[in-house]
Design a protein around this ligand. Structure first.
Ligand code: FES
Length: 129
């Protein structure tokens, strides 16, 4: 029809499988590490935290010196992860530590394409095991 603008369908980005998942207990909290791989075989290290019953994945590297954040202290009420090396306080879901909800299906974890900005913005919580 003339004069009508076609609106393209929304692009759906599929959830991505998280590989090499390992569970850790850090100060009585369960956390997971894993990697997501892109099509070119490049791996990105993830740290999965449980905040207010939701699972949220962040890049498992401190923006200061590129070390693992696994052993960082988590203040879940403030959504702050403190780097274990020099103590930088990193807001989970902030510019340096963007988060994405993680979903569990059939015993495997998947990284979603959504943006996590705080409790109630999209995780599912609950990893079996
Ligand atoms: S390496 Fe994280 S604050 Fe320095």
């Amino acid at each position: 029809m003339r004069g009508m603008t076609r609106i393209p369908p929304p692009v759906t980005i599929p959830d991505r499988l998280i590989d090499d998942v390992e569970e850790h207990i850090i100060r009585d909290e369960r956390r997971w590490t894993g990697v997501v791989r892109d099509g070119g075989g490049v791996s990105r290290p993830l740290l999965i935290l449980e905040i207010a019953g939701e699972l949220v994945a962040v890049r498992n590297r401190c923006p200061h010196r590129d070390i693992s954040l696994l052993r960082g202290r988590l203040d879940a009420d403030r959504c702050i992860l403190e780097c274990p090396s020099h103590g930088w306080e990193l807001p989970v879901g902030g510019a340096d530590l963007r988060g994405a909800p993680v979903v569990e299906r059939d015993g495997r974890l998947y990284l979603t394409a959504r943006v996590w900005t705080g409790p109630g913005t999209g995780g599912t919580g609950g990893v079996r095991g």
